[in-house]
Design a protein. Structure first.
Length: 236
């Protein structure tokens, strides 16, 4: 059984929309044609989804993002008054590809079924103001896609309240250090998104999974009779 290391599936950053030229549709098409990722605008912010695995550049992810913005600048997309201080981290998705059929089973108590094979934790919610306008969305923290007789993909989405403990400067660390930090946080936030009775893990198969995933489940006390929600502490 081959279970590769977890990897960062995507990073979404936000900047003020006034720092970006062109309309949303033009830019979205421009991003897709150049295979940069995706672009959307929401309110006064522009969101740039980047797949760090497609940039094929050396250096830290922060270096890659800096290079990416220099490309945008060269294409005349960025305002001349743009400052890197205005970049904010909006979302990071950490993905595990686990080639072990039967390791994971999702029950609909704490999940909703998106399609035949995909489940998302039901911690999704949308904040609205008094007029009913959206003030922001908390995405589902956990998405599980199960492939028949193949295994599963597990994606942890650090956004909303789950992105608060991830400073933008974290992206200056090495790739391994970032993965270590995200796995540590995932072991905490997993307990807030679901529970062992809904996100069922086969203890017998777990030993064959990636050591990162084993550690994450262990950190979450998934097999402990005294399982309870975990919360971030400053000394962790």
């Amino acid at each position: 059984m081959n279970c590769p290391d977890p990897y960062i599936q995507s990073i979404t950053i936000s900047i003020p929309s006034e720092m970006i030229y062109y309309d949303r549709r033009t830019l979205s098409n421009h991003f897709k044609i150049n295979q940069w990722g995706d672009y959307c605008k929401y309110g006064n912010n522009s969101y740039l989804l980047i797949n760090p695995n497609s940039l094929n550049l050396s250096g830290s992810i922060l270096d890659q993002i800096a290079h990416f913005f220099s490309i945008l600048n060269n294409h005349g997309i960025l305002s001349s008054s743009f400052s890197y201080d205005e970049i904010k981290l909006h979302e990071i998705k950490l993905r595990f590809d686990i080639s072990i059929p039967g390791l994971i089973f999702c029950k609909t108590g704490n999940f909703y079924k998106v399609n035949e094979n995909t489940y998302r934790s039901n911690d999704y919610y949308q904040k609205k103001d008094k007029n009913g306008w959206s003030k922001g969305i908390q995405q589902s923290f956990l998405t599980v896609t199960q492939y028949e007789n193949v295994g599963s993909s597990v994606v942890f989405a650090f956004s909303g309240k789950f992105i608060r403990r991830i400073p933008f400067k974290l992206l200056a660390l090495s790739y391994k250090e970032i993965i270590d930090h995200l796995c540590h946080l995932a072991g905490i936030y997993l307990t807030q998104a679901t529970d062992p009775n809904s996100f069922k893990i086969s203890r017998g198969y777990l030993q064959f999974s990636n050591h990162y995933f084993q550690r994450l489940i262990k950190d979450a006390n998934w097999f402990s009779p005294s399982f309870s929600k975990r919360y971030y502490k400053q000394n962790l």
